[in-house]
Design a protein around this ligand. Sequence first.
Ligand code: GLN
Length: 510
Amino acid sequence: MTESTEISEQKQIFGHPQGLFYLFFAELWERFSFYGMRALLTLYMIDVIFQALAERDYATAAVYSSYGSLVYASTVIGGKVSDKILGMRNSIFLGGILMSIGHFVLAIEDNMAFFLALSLIIVGNGFFKPNISTFVGTLYEKGDPKKDSGFTIFYMGINIGGWVAPLLCGWLAATYGWHYGFGLAGIGMLTGLIVFWSGIRKNVFGDRGLPPTEEVLDKKVLGIKQGVLVPILAVLAAPLIALLLSSYQAIATEGMFADQNIVNVIFTGIGIAVLAYLAYEMFKANVKERKELFVAVLLTFFMTIFWGFHELSGSVITLFAARNIDLEGIMSAAQTNSLNSMFIIIMAIPISLMWTWLSKKNWNPRTPYKFGLGLLFAGISFYVLAISGGSANENGLVPFAYLLLMYFLLSVGELFMSPVGLSKMTDLAPLRLIAFIMGVWFLSSAFAFQIVGFIGKQLAIESTDKNVGGFETLSVYTDGFMLIAKYALGAGILVLLASPIIKRLMGKVH
Ligand code: GLN
């Protein structure tokens, strides 16, 4: 068999190219490492990195938000470098190796190692995440109706990793120590790389994912081959980002908590630049394209609001679970991070069957309605947490059932928006702008972490008490959740009201 074997000649599994299953398991393990580590991140910063500070919640919110913003923003660069130079396979290897090193560096007990590790994960994810997602698409011929279900299977892989990892890493961290939890995340990432490598060895990807041309890796820039220069620059970027992230430590130790957050400034700049570029493209485009681009931007904006509340799960909601939920004997606060993925696994297939069933009856709601409903689900989910305070026991702890119901509703909302939006982006973007629009779509998660940081800072509790919680913190969180619920419900209602107009702008795109 040669490298250029066509996918259609390859063995199929359940009607899908067998390459899908290698990508499925590689991404499963990568997300295992990502979410296993994320489950520990906030609690680790509160209990270890910033433990001596009364403002530790504030500093943690700031680092968490910068980490999240950069981890998703780096995907735009990783996608571009892959298109132009490395190709998807090399990018996935480079990203996976950097992420594994990052996770193992996290296993070292040192504050500076901690920031360096986060930076390696940021750079690594930038190369890994966008390219493995695009790789899935390339396994199918254009217009193949199996592509959507291929992506659904892939989304399941993501969430199997996101479900199991917090349970295992959370258990290891609680039983043996934080660094065992982080170490397991690293082993997960290495497993993912081995799966991907074995897929290449078995030639299941045909000629997909190779660099754009044979010479491009050897082309010299500044006297160094590009194929060598990119990994060098990627590795060099990590300490720079680490300095940026660790500036919070300096800020924290000097007790300066003014909003001097350089990452916020960078993101405001990126936001303005992206909008200006889009305005320019819309100006150049014809009327149909202009309308479609406008809708793509609107949907991305709604998605940003949704992720801004959803991504609180790794920060404020983890802290709420640690301080105000009666977890007795069920799971630890870190392990509650698995609930979102658990409900996605349970609900993904029923909801996609529901869309098919509604389509047959001609009742399948158009995309903007689904987005409006998704935001309403988010609003109701936060409302559930907001009213949970009324059922607090004498220690200020609320029943676990509230958290369970909240995650169920939030996950249903996610399924109304995230997979639907992803496929609409490819329909709405003019061909010449598809890669850019996908980058903008990923930026919605990056910007969402700015919202997460803002809310995390508003709900920061000032205390050095390791066991702070109960009635001391309950109303801070529930009042905050009520406000979030109102904003999400308000946004959902506005989107539903605007849907008839957005629907018209979308033309034939459903
Ligand atoms: N849970 C999904 C993933 O990990 C989406 C996360 C996001 O874009 N914020 O891929």
